[in-house]
Design a protein around this ligand. Structure first.
Ligand code: GLC
Length: 456
């Protein structure tokens, strides 16, 4: 993946363009010196439709590009492949659940408008089964995959097929105000949730900081990840071994986990409004200097180093693995985003989309996004790249956090399960349900979803 070498895959691609024969289009165009006009003659560029069909032009979907680093990537690709391929970025909702609903509706309708989907790691099980996205295992070969981190590759793997290529990975991290902790006499960030509460209240008392801890507690996917981190770090699970059909969420460990989350609000460590917080609200509060601790993804680090975004600076901020539960361990929810190709898109657009995947997941481009936006690379080699490690401390710390990651339940019915978990975790957090009731309700609801799915 890191080299743009021509392999058997290219022969298959070239088969669509008889004039090119065994050579890849790219090499052919290079050798023949064909520019835009030549390419158009060969029918490999310039359909102008901007959709998923025809020529080398295709649509790529992803969430909002607030930093501009995504459009920069698309521009680099379009420049590099000028006259051959053109990627058009279409902005989708920032909320992964809303994005999922929107793209699923298109895929269900058999629309080929979008060729390339930058999608969440939780999607493959649901998109692979009905054949909405293509198995990329013959292009993204075993040899290619060996250069990537295992977890993200696994997130693309469904029943032996590999339905995506990892772009960047995500692990929940604890951001803390190093300066305030030091002033209050704490030389280390907390190891356990209990310790976090103690440090937070003591720092709050001394410094007058508005909130002790902010995180994502809203009724949405991010709330699910946060709730699961509490459950997992206290030894609870949702499905037996993470992916079976056996729902096991109703356990004392899960209750302890959700009780710990709820106590953040009850004990005044987190604001009551945290039950409406997504990444955005948690981020704004922390960057404003209004919280001692913040749970968020690696991207936040890049914002701390940007004075336009942040009133605190990187010297004031430390990053650590999330705290462990009492008697449990530190567990980070595994997130991240992969590239998927729409099975209904025109084959030529699919080929062009795959070229984009090769480009964007290459070492050079992943490094750029790591430096620009502190996105965690999925290529192992970049965790040994001194320039990256020096410039982006959150990446230097990531191997530790990545060792402690755990996926959300892996199930073809995940999106339904997730809606229920989002709602119950949220009810438990804002006091509408006790943690006990929340996990009992979920035990029933999730079992029903699994049973109904099995009968379907
Ligand atoms: C991040 C993660 C993604 C997760 C989402 C929840 O974007 O990468 O996996 O679903 O946050 O808000």
């Amino acid at each position: 993946m890191t080299e743009r070498t021509e392999g058997p895959r290219e022969e298959a691609t070239a088969a669509n363009t008889p004039a090119v024969g065994w050579m890849s289009r790219r090499d052919f165009l290079k050798i023949s010196g064909a520019g835009l006009a030549g390419a158009a003659l060969l029918g490999v560029a310039g359909c102008g439709g901007g959709g998923g069909g025809g020529g080398g032009e295709f649509t790529f979907t992803f969430g909002p590009d607030s930093s501009g680093s995504l459009q920069a990537l698309v521009d680099r690709f379009n420049t590099e492949y000028e006259g051959q391929y053109t990627a058009n970025y279409r902005e989708m909702p920032a909320d992964t659940g809303q994005y999922f609903d929107q793209i699923r509706t298109e895929l269900q309708a058999g629309s080929g408008d979008v060729a390339l989907i930058g999608g969440d790691v939780i999607w493959p099980a649901q998109f692979a089964a009905p054949g909405y996205i293509i198995d990329l295992s013959d292009r993204f070969t075993e040899e290619d995959r060996a250069a990537f981190l295992e977890g993200p590759v696994e997130s693309c793997t469904v029943e032996g097929g590999v339905y995506g290529v990892p772009w960047f990975t995500d692990a929940g991290m604890l951001y803390y105000r190093r300066d305030l902790l030091e002033q209050a006499g704490f030389s280390e960030p907390p190891q356990t949730w209990e310790e976090l509460k103690q440090q937070a209240s003591s720092v709050q008392q001394q410094s007058g900081t508005q909130y002790g801890f902010v995180f994502q507690g809203s009724d949405y996917e991010g709330g699910v990840v946060n709730g699961l981190e509490y459950i997992y770090s206290h030894g609870g699970q949702v499905l037996e071994d993470g992916s079976s059909d056996q729902v096991v969420i109703d356990s004392p460990e899960s209750v302890e986990g959700l009780s710990m989350e709820r106590s953040m609000v009850e004990d005044g460590i987190a604001p009551q409004a945290v039950s409406t917080y997504t990444e955005q609200e948690a981020q704004t509060t922390f960057l404003n200097g209004d919280a001692v601790f913040c749970r968020n993804w690696p991207y936040l680090y890049a914002l701390v180093s940007n004075p336009d975004e942040s009133s605190i600076t990187t010297d004031q901020v430390g990053v650590a693995p999330l705290p462990a539960g009492e008697g449990g361990e530190s567990v980070s929810g595994l997130g991240g985003w992969n590239f998927y190709i729409n099975a209904a898109a025109d084959p030529e657009a699919q080929d062009a989309a795959y070229e984009f995947i090769r480009f964007a997941s290459s070492e050079e481009q992943q490094k750029q996004r790591a430096l620009d936006g502190s996105f965690l690379p999925t290529l192992q080699s970049l965790y040994e790249d001194q320039e990256v490690l020096d410039a982006v401390p959150v990446i230097a710390l990531a191997p530790e956090a990545l060792q402690n990651t755990r996926s959300r339940p892996r199930s073809p019915y995940y999106s339904d399960m997730s809606l229920r978990m989002a709602s119950q975790f949220n009810a438990s957090l804002n006091g509408d349900a006790t943690p006990e009731t929340a996990v009992q309700t979920l035990q029933e609801e999730l079992t029903e979803i699994v049973e109904q799915g099995q009968q379907a």
